[in-house]
Design a protein around this ligand. Structure first.
Ligand SMILES: [Zn+2]
Ligand SMILES: [Zn+2]
Length: 443
């Protein structure tokens, strides 16, 4: 059966994250989005891990868990009725796995390195052992769900493998400038430089919102890694905006099978990743947010990397860093890898289809919940729905056309830079004007 996984996210205990990020809401929104296997996130946080322990029950010895109150359909129906969201009728309970993001800040070869890693644990007991060891070393795990550890990525990996060899580490959003293994302001030029003699344990890289697999394929040194995509959401509506689509045998949905699929690059099972259009990511191009300056790499080189407004170094984005490390021209595809599908979130499509309204406006949200309730999860609408059927069922005919254009890549994007998201235009300004509700005429 198809299992869509999103294993990098946050709880309400991480900085700048929504207070709505609770276990019951995560279960509910997994169903709404169609993400079947979701991270509990932030598992080093002492309060959050206690909540997880109290609310989750293991799915046999698979290494995955369920929110226990949501397993009873009657109890779940009551919770859904009391909430302000709609859940697809056919939705199954969301599976949870113990993964978390850790921030490593340390000096190496006279340079400060800041690297984020996603850590995957095979079960709750391993999480507790890892947390005990981090506490013994007196790291502050309380202040943030994504704590800062003053140790090297290499030393952490060695420590984790000593605690439990089934704990795995995946470098997070590898190209982003400030906190990533290849980041322009923070990182290294290769996996080996970062993890040293422990590099053999690294088997996957997370591409992040600002890069897609094709960009990564330009660096031949990365061919040996499988590329994964996760949403890194800080609020519920962003859940599943990037994800991994896999096939599992119904009776073998387990942590070990997930890791096997990744390590063996099993493309019979790992079908494709769900991607942002990379231009939409917050660090695609170079620039300065405060100076309102955005540049593509060629222009940045012309300006010697300096901002024409404030004369300070620009924040170098993902496109530039890929170009720096690339040894292949654009267009090369590594054989035998999962493919990728680029999506735009449904509320963004509805907003444009219905006359350029805000994503969170009443009209848009009303249409969104109507579609979720009558047609199924957001990802099943975006990935699987038949356009003609959608034409009949969606609250506005432009929505089906918007989804068709998204699938065909017929859209314009103003690239993101220096922390500013890119902007997607699926409809022209003229089309948006035309689809606005008409004002009643006096004549
Ligand atoms: Zn991060
Ligand atoms: Zn500037």
């Amino acid at each position: 059966m198809r299992v869509i996984t999103d294993f990098h996210s946050h709880s309400r205990f991480s900085r700048a994250c929504s207070p709505q990020l609770t276990i019951p809401n995560l279960d509910m929104w997994g169903r709404i989005k169609g993400v079947n296997l979701l991270s509990v996130a932030d598992f080093t946080h002492p309060v959050w891990i206690k909540e997880c322990e109290a609310m989750l029950i293991p799915d046999g010895d698979s290494g995955f868990y369920y929110y226990k109150d949501a397993l009873d359909p009657k109890v779940f129906a009551r919770m859904a009725a009391e909430s302000d969201v709609s859940v697809p009728h056919s939705a199954l309970p969301t599976r949870f796995m113990f993964t978390t993001e850790l921030s490593f800040i340390y000096k190496r070869h006279d340079k400060v390195r800041r690297v984020h890693n996603v850590v995957l644990a095979p079960h709750l007991a391993a999480v507790k052992q890892l947390n005990n060891e981090l506490n013994r070393r007196e790291f502050n795990l309380k202040s943030d769900g994504r704590p800062i550890l003053g140790m090297s990525c290499r030393d952490f990996l060695e420590m984790a493998k000593t605690i439990d060899e089934r704990i795995e580490v995946i470098p997070a959003h590898v190209w982003t400038p400030w906190f990533a293994i290849f980041g322009s302001k923070s990182g290294y030029d290769s996996v080996e430089e970062c993890y040293g003699d422990m590099s053999e344990y690294i088997f996957a890289l997370e591409t992040g919102l600002s890069s897609d697999p094709a960009m990564n394929y330009r660096v031949s040194a990365l061919d040996k890694y499988i590329l994964v995509s996760n949403s890194d959401f800080h609020s519920l509506p962003n859940l599943g905006r990037e994800a991994n689509v896999m096939e599992f045998d119904e009776h073998a949905i387990t942590y070990d099978e997930l890791i096997r699929i990744l390590k063996e690059k099993d493309t019979n099972k790992f079908k494709y990743t769900i991607e942002f259009f990379p231009h939409e990511g917050r660090y695609h191009f170079d620039g300065h947010r405060d100076c309102n300056v955005v540049m593509e790499p060629r222009e940045t080189i012309k300006h010697k990397g300096l901002c024409p407004v404030c004369n300070k170094p620009l924040t170098i984005g993902v496109d530039y860093r890929v170009e720096e490390l690339a040894d292949r021209d654009p267009g090369y595809i590594v054989p035998n890898r999962p493919s990728d599908i680029k999506l735009v979130e449904l509320d963004k499509i509805i907003a444009q289809a219905m006359g350029g309204k805000g994503r969170k406006s009443k009209t848009v949200m009303h249409a969104y919940w109507h579609m979720i309730q009558s047609l199924g999860s957001e990802l099943s609408i975006l990935l699987d729905s038949d356009i003609a059927a959608l034409q009949a069922a969606a609250p506005h005919p432009n929505i089906a056309e918007g989804i068709r254009r998204m699938r065909a890549g017929e859209l314009q994007i103003q690239p993101g830079y220096d922390g500013v998201y890119g902007e997607i235009a699926i409809f022209s300004q003229e089309e948006i004007e035309r689809s606005k509700p008409r004002q009643t005429s006096l004549f």
